[in-house]
Design a protein around this ligand. Structure first.
Ligand code: SAM
Length: 273
């Protein structure tokens, strides 16, 4: 019943991940919580499993226009799956200005102190809450912010146990995600594709901090990006997502030197979705 940008399959995957794959080894971190939909799924899995782990939800928690958000919320409720859900909608609290945080707190109240929300730019935050068992990355809208987020959280992953969900892995306007994971492929093994866009990785072994500087997608040329995307295309062959990997490569060629999602204005030729 909480508005979300992730698909139903992805929502179910998030619940399953925290219910079945986590083992109380560290925190669950949701980068890019928007209205709280993904955070709720992660907390719900922990609730079902009866675990004590905390979900840390990060976002700017800002809306440009609250009336637009309100209209979208009502459209969301009128549509499936919310329309057929057996729960009454929680309604929207009245808010002033552009701060979405009170609304998100209201939506997430049923999960109580299993959830801690952090408002602001993620790259300006610090992390002092120990190991991270599950990291969901859904705010990598620029190469620079992704690089900063990886620097902040990757050092806290647990070798052989932690999972990283790259929610926008296959989205054509963010090719740096797959490129960075390709450079770090000695440390991250692709383990799942969930339709339409997400690919998840197991963090397999300890990564020296200097590796992240080698994987700096901000300073890569377009040719280097494409080279890494080709390597990743081979690594994820078994997921049968070749077409979407080719689209990432075409997107780099169609949008030279773009390193921010909103600078990707030219949709690659031959791709309509
Ligand atoms: C695709 S949405 C996340 C969708 C969400 N996971 C869901 O379930 O609906 C991306 C979110 O990332 C946030 N975001 C993007 N860049 C950010 C940054 N640098 N710092 C904080 N939040 C950021 C945006 O405010 C937005 O809510």
């Amino acid at each position: 019943m909480i508005p979300t940008m992730i698909s139903q399959a992805e929502q179910a995957f998030y619940v399953w991940l925290t219910r079945e794959c986590c083992a109380d080894l560290g925190a669950v971190v949701d980068l890019g919580a928007f209205a709280g939909g993904s955070t709720a799924c992660l907390a719900e899995g922990l609730r079902q499993a009866g675990r004590k782990q905390i979900v840390h939800g990060y976002d700017k928690f800002l809306v440009n226009d609250f009336n637009v958000f309100r209209r979208r919320y009502h459209t969301y409720l009128a549509d499936l799956p919310a329309r057929d859900a057996d729960f009454p909608p929680r309604g929207l609290p009245e808010i002033q200005g552009d701060d979405l945080l009170p609304v998100v707190r209201h939506f997430l109240a049923p999960w109580g102190d299993r959830i801690v929300l952090h408002k602001g730019l993620i790259e300006d935050q610090t992390w002092q809450a120990g190991p991270v068992e599950l990291l969901v990355m859904d705010a990598s809208k620029t190469a620079k912010s992704m690089h900063e987020m990886s620097r902040l959280f990757f050092p806290h992953l647990i070798a052989g146990r932690s999972i990283v969900v790259q929610q926008d892995f296959l989205w054509w306007q963010q090719p740096w995600i797959a490129a960075q994971m390709a450079v770090l492929s000695d440390y991250f093994e692709p383990i799942a594709h969930v339709a339409p866009m997400s690919v998840s990785f197991l963090y397999t072994k300890h990564m020296p901090p200097e590796m992240l500087e080698q994987a700096n997608i901000v300073t890569m040329t377009d040719d280097q990006l494409v080279g890494h995307l080709r390597a990743m295309k081979q690594s994820v062959k078994r997921f049968r997502i070749d077409r979407l990997m080719r689209r990432l490569i075409s997107a780099v060629r169609a949008n030279p030197e773009a390193r921010q999602a909103f600078h990707f204005r030219n949709r690659p030729d031959g791709f309509f979705t």
